[in-house]
Design a protein around this ligand. Structure first.
Ligand code: SF4
Length: 219
């Protein structure tokens, strides 16, 4: 898989955006858990609600009445499940690791296993946390990335781990490289490669078999 032409084109046209803005690792973890099946805007509202109630810390999340957490995260949908998962996450970190800094300094593979043992943390969420909160080189394979790669004629394996390995092997190894690639996928997916794509102005049009079909009216 040669990602060089795609990467160069995207870097020149839309650039690597710093799209995951957060105040520290706990906010990244919280955001990664709340962002499932909702927009980033509603996650920002929920995080603001948690901060206003001074709950954006492990002790607060672990001990707050569930009703209060539910109110805070309500804008993100599925708020009962998400509030419970946030509380479970905070208790898990405190009981098993003692503190956030101990948790974050756990060796990478063990940290990933610890994350995956939490309710509501799947592979994509775990890797988002590892890449953005902890700064470990685990590429995030999300819906944007799968959709774009498929349309470009480079469909990824269905198996998450295989898909991740294939992309990681095709990119320069490292946190900055993986963050930049993921940011480019998110940006392209938001601006152009939506479920109903805007192919005519897309910077990858001439590299994209699906896009060429769309603009010719056969897509
Ligand atoms: S040309 Fe169309 S289908 Fe191809 S990447 Fe761009 S938006 Fe997606």
């Amino acid at each position: 898989m040669d990602l060089e032409p795609l990467h160069t084109r995207l870097t020149q046209s839309i650039g690597g955006h710093d799209w995951w803005r957060a105040d520290g690792p706990l906010e990244v973890i919280t955001g990664a858990m709340l962002t499932q099946q909702t927009t980033w805007g509603s996650v920002e509202v929920a995080i603001r609600n948690l901060k206003e109630r001074e709950l954006m810390n492990l002790e607060g999340l672990a001990s707050a009445p569930l009703k209060v957490l539910e109110e805070c995260v309500r804008p993100t949908g599925f708020y009962r499940v998400k509030a419970t998962r946030l509380q479970t996450m905070a208790r898990h970190i405190l009981h098993r690791h003692g503190s956030l800094s101990e948790f974050l300094s756990t060796e990478g593979t063990r940290l990933r296993q610890s994350l995956l043992s939490m309710s509501g943390v799947g592979l994509e969420t775990a890797d988002s946390i590892l890449l953005y909160a902890v700064g470990l080189p685990f590429l995030v394979v999300d819906t944007y990335t799968r959709r774009i790669m498929e349309r470009l004629g480079m469909a990824l394996p269905r198996d998450y781990e295989e898909a991740r390995r294939r992309l990681e092997e095709a990119l320069p190894r490292g946190v900055e490289s993986y963050r930049e690639f993921h940011a480019l996928m998110v940006e392209l997916g938001k601006q152009y490669c939506r479920p109903r794509p805007r192919c005519a102005p897309c910077p990858l049009l001439d590299l994209c078999p699906h896009g060429m079909k769309v603009v010719r009216g056969n897509g």
